[in-house]
Design a protein around this ligand. Structure first.
Ligand SMILES: *[C@@H]1O[C@H](CO)[C@@H](O)[C@H](O)[C@H]1NC(C)=O
Ligand SMILES: *[C@@H]1O[C@H](CO)[C@@H](O)[C@H](O)[C@H]1NC(C)=O
Ligand SMILES: *[C@@H]1O[C@H](CO)[C@@H](O)[C@H](O)[C@H]1NC(C)=O
Ligand SMILES: *[C@@H]1O[C@H](CO)[C@@H](O)[C@H](O)[C@H]1NC(C)=O
Ligand SMILES: *[C@@H]1O[C@H](CO)[C@@H](O)[C@H](O)[C@H]1NC(C)=O
Ligand SMILES: *[C@@H]1O[C@H](CO)[C@@H](O)[C@H](O)[C@H]1NC(C)=O
Length: 254
């Protein structure tokens, strides 16, 4: 009798463990699934503001931050970044994809490859380091965010913008909604500061709205302005109702 109980117990434990193991594995894999590509641009002047200790003479164009496959990340830890594979791209990368906060940009590229590139690599057209970085540069040049903003008069300025005007410029250019992020205001009266603009694509590289098809998981909370108000450390989705500062270079503020 004791034996039977012990056996049953053992069986149950095995089931619990194997189930736990399987679900862990499914969970790990689900983190590698994605349906949306996010071309992320940032405004170097604002990025410098977040940590100006090493930031001298930031570029005066929106530069690439990354090409991100949805929320998937770290899909293949055994696929190291090798700068030699993108040697021919470096002259362009240095200008269009600089690491704003660190003089050695290869740290940023390494990070982007390991975190995002290894996930993007599930598509044949990005299944190598060279293809991934080339694709990001290609999209950045093709969609020319800098040109789009200038065309609609959205230029760095000491006066403030309405979010609807910035959104309209992008909507009119691309026909899809971007995701726009700001440094939240310090306190009541100060403006939010424009920092990051994401343009989204389907897996087929068709433009799509950034806003739809996001699961309302805990990740979602991270994007809500409420979550990180009063914290000038990270970008939040810009608040539509607040005045917005698009800071010129060499202009100090608060
Ligand atoms: C700012 O940069 C310095 C030097 O790289 C670093 O030590 C510090 O942690 C950074 N601070 C933030 C908030 O990123
Ligand atoms: C991870 O990357 C390595 C090196 O490119 C490759 O050999 C391996 O097949 C990859 N693993 C998966 C699961 O894609
Ligand atoms: C730049 O960063 C890469 C990757 O972290 C490192 O291998 C390389 O030695 C660094 N180069 C310089 C000049 O610091
Ligand atoms: C994209 O967003 C715009 C504005 O919110 C909306 O009018 C349009 O229908 C959306 N497009 C798609 C394909 O969902
Ligand atoms: C946007 O800002 C206004 C004014 O400060 C505030 O009342 C509102 O709650 C904010 N919206 C969000 C979503 O945080
Ligand atoms: C910003 O200031 C630096 C140093 O004072 C100067 O070298 C640089 O040319 C200025 N940039 C612009 C765009 O005015």
């Amino acid at each position: 009798m004791k034996c039977v109980v012990a056996l049953l117990l053992f069986g149950c434990l095995c089931l619990v463990f194997s189930y736990g193991y399987v679900s862990q594995e499914i969970f790990e894999r689900s983190k590698h699934i994605w349906n949306k590509l996010i071309l992320t641009h940032h405004w170097p002047v604002t990025v410098c503001k977040m940590n100006n200790s090493l930031c001298k003479d930031p570029p005066t164009v929106w530069t690439l931050h990354g090409l991100w496959p949805g929320k998937a990340n770290m899909c293949n830890k055994s696929w190291p970044f090798k700068i030699n594979e993108i040697q021919d791209l470096l002259p362009e990368m240095i200008h269009l994809w600089p690491d704003i906060l660190h003089p050695n940009a290869s740290q940023l590229w390494k990070h982007e490859w390991l975190k995002h590139g290894t996930c993007a690599a599930k598509l044949d057209c990005m299944n190598s380091e060279h293809k991934y970085f080339s694709k990001a540069l290609e999209l950045y040049k093709k969609y020319d965010l800098n040109g789009a903003l200038v065309k609609f008069g959205i230029v760095p300025s000491t006066s403030y913008y309405q979010m609807k005007d910035i959104k309209a410029a992008i909507m009119k250019t691309y026909g899809v909604m971007p995701k726009i992020q700001c440094l939240p205001p310090d306190c009541g009266q100060s403006p939010q500061i424009l920092g990051q603009i994401e343009i989204c694509f389907t897996k087929e590289f068709e433009l799509r709205n950034c806003t739809e098809g996001e699961s309302k998981s805990h990740h979602f909370l991270k994007d809500t302005p409420v979550d990180c108000s009063l914290k000038q450390e990270d970008f939040c989705v810009c608040n539509d109702t607040l005045k917005t500062y698009y800071p010129p270079v060499n202009q100090t503020w608060n």
